[in-house]
Design a protein around this ligand. Structure first.
Ligand code: LLP
Length: 420
C-alpha cells in the first residue's frame, strides 16, 4: 500500500506517531521559497528588502527559520512581536502593522526599536509621537496609504479599495497634513509609504496600478511640500495553489512587474527609486503545510451524498466556512488506489456550515483512513480556535524525511487553564 510522502516523510507514520488532527509543515518548501525570494528579488535588485508576513503562520520555530534565512518579519500585534523577541529576531528587520495598535503595543515596539512602524492613521501618529518622545527613542515610520484599487479576491481579504478600514485615504489634503504632522514630531522619522491591496491575488495588475498611483503621490508630495520618499513597502498578496486552475506563480511574475513599473514611473517624474520592500506571507508558507485527519463516521444518504466525518474541521481550518475557500485532499494511506467516489468532508463541530470540502473525489474510503488536506500552511494554525472546546492540533516540522514536534497538541487542561 502506497502512502503519501510529504517532504520525503511518510504522512501515515506521522499520523500514527503524533496523532490527528495534525499540522505538518515542510521546512524544505519554506526554505525553497526564501531562496527564490533572495535569488529573484533581494539579490537581483539593489536597495530592496523582503519581510515575511507572520500572520500567515507563526511559531517560535518559524521565526527562527525566517531569521536564519535572512528575511525580515511583518508583525501586526504585540503577540506576534513577542514571539519574534523570544527568538532574538533582529528588531531592525521588524515591520509593525495594524489599523488600531494599542498604547501597549506602540510602547513595546518603541522600546524594542522595531525597524519600521507602519502608521495607519492620525490617532496612532499622535500616540507614537508621545511614546517615542517619552522614551527618547527614534521611531522610523511609513504611512499606510489606501491606493484606491480594487483587487479581484474575496471581499473579506480585499484591502486596497478606498472604502477600507486600513490606511490613510488617498486624498491630497489628508496626506499632506499627515506628512507635515510627522515632520513636526521630534522623535519620528517618516521614510515613505506602504500599501497592501489584498490577498490570494492571481494577477499582478493591481500591484502595477497601485504603483502608478503611489508614484504620482511621491511626485506630488515632493513638489508640494518637499517630502522625498525613501522607502516604498508594496505589501504581499501573491496567490498560491489551492485547487483547480489557481496556480502559484513564480515570485518574479509579481516582483518584476512591481520593479519595472516603479522604475518607469520614477524616471517619468525624475524621482530617485526608493527602497522597495515586499511582504508575502501565504506565498512562502501556504503550500508548505498540510493537515492530517482521521476519518471516522461515514454517512451515506442514498442517491444524495456521502458525508465523511473527520476529527477536526473549522477550529483548525476556518477558511472554508469563513471565505468559502476550496481545498484539495487525498487519502494518504491509499495513494495507489484510483479515486472514483465522490464524498463530502465534514468537520466535527456542531454547525452545519462546518464542511471542509464539498464533492471530493476519493478512492473507496473506510473509517480509520488518513485524509491529507493540502495547502493549509497559511492562515490555518494562525487562525485556529477552540470552538466547541476542541484542543488545537500539534504542529510537526518535516525536512527531507525527518520530523520534529514544534508545537505540542493542546490538552483539555490547556483549554481551562486561565479559568477561575
Ligand atoms: N502585508 C499586510 C499589510 C497584510 O495585511 C497582509 C495580509 C500581508 C502583508 C500578507 O498577505 P499574503 O501575502 O499572505 O496574502 N486570513 C485571510 C488572509 C488575510 C490577509 C491579511 N493581510 C485568509 O485566510 O485568506
Amino acid at each position: 500500500m502506497a502512502n503519501f510522502l510529504f517532504s520525503n516523510t511518510d504522512t501515515v507514520k506521522l499520523a500514527e506517531k503524533y496523532g490527528t488532527p495534525l499540522y505538518v509543515v515542510s521546512e524544505d518548501i519554506i526554505v525553497e521559497r526564501c531562496n527564490e525570494i533572495k535569488r529573484d528579488f533581494t539579490e537581483r535588485h539593489k536597495n530592496t528588502m523582503a519581510v515575511y508576513a507572520s500572520k500567515a503562520f507563526l511559531t517560535k520555530e518559524m521565526a527562527r527559520i525566517i531569521k536564519r534565512e535572512g528575511l525580515g518579519m511583518d508583525v501586526v500585534s504585540g503577540g506576534e512581536l513577542y514571539t519574534a523577541i523570544k527568538v532574538d529576531f533582529p528588531m531592525e528587520k521588524i515591520v509593525f502593522h495594524g489599523n488600531n495598535k494599542t498604547l501597549n503595543e506602540i510602547e513595546m515596539a518603541v522600546k524594542h526599536n522595531v525597524g519600521r512602524i507602519v502608521v495607519d492613521n492620525f490617532y496612532e501618529l499622535d500616540l507614537l509621537g508621545k511614546v517615542a518622545k517619552k522614551y527618547k527613542k527614534k521611531a522610523n515610520i511609513l504611512f499606510r496609504i489606501t491606493p484606491g484599487v480594487d483587487s479581484h479576491t474575496h471581499k473579506y481579504i480585499r484591502t486596497g479599495q478606498i472604502d477600507s478600514k486600513f490606511g490613510i485615504p488617498l486624498n491630497e489634503n489628508i496626506i499632506h497634513k499627515a506628512i507635515l504632522k510627522a515632520m513636526e514630531l521630534e522623535y519620528v522619522e517618516l521614510k515613505g509609504f506602504h500599501f497592501h491591496i489584498g490577498s490570494q491575488l492571481q494577477e499582478n495588475e493591481t500591484h502595477v496600478k497601485a504603483i502608478k498611483i503611489i508614484a504620482s503621490l511621491m511626485n506630488e508630495v515632493k513638489n508640494d511640500i518637499g517630502f522625498i520618499t525613501k522607502e516604498l513597502n508594496t505589501g504581499g498578496g501573491y496567490g498560491i495553489h489551492y485547487n483547480g486552475n489557481e496556480h502559484r506563480k513564480p515570485l518574479r511574475y509579481f516582483t518584476d512587474a512591481i520593479m519595472e513599473e516603479l522604475e518607469k514611473e520614477c524616471e517619468k517624474y525624475n524621482l530617485e527609486r526608493p527602497k522597495v520592500i515586499i511582504e508575502p506571507g501565504r506565498w512562502i508558507v501556504g503550500e508548505a503545510g498540510i493537515t492530517l485527519y482521521t476519518i471516522g463516521s461515514i454517512k451515506n444518504i442514498p442517491g444524495i451524498r456521502t458525508y465523511v466525518g473527520i476529527d477536526g474541521g473549522m477550529p483548525d481550518n476556518p477558511r472554508p466556512s469563513l471565505y468559502n475557500a476550496k481545498y484539495e485532499a487525498l487519502v494518504a494511506n491509499k495513494m495507489d488506489e484510483e479515486p472514483k467516489n465522490i464524498v463530502t468532508v465534514a468537520g466535527k463541530c456542531c454547525e452545519s456550515g462546518d464542511i471542509l470540502i464539498w464533492d471530493l473525489k476519493v478512492p473507496y474510503i473506510e473509517s480509520g483512513d488518513i485524509l491529507a488536506v493540502l495547502s493549509t500552511g497559511a492562515y490555518n494554525y494562525s487562525m485556529a480556535s477552540n470552538y466547541n472546546r476542541i484542543p488545537r492540533p500539534a504542529v510537526v516540522m518535516v525536512s527531507n524525511g525527518k520530523d520534529r514536534l514544534i508545537v505540542k497538541r493542546e490538552t483539555y487542561d490547556d483549554i481551562i487553564k486561565n479559568e477561575i
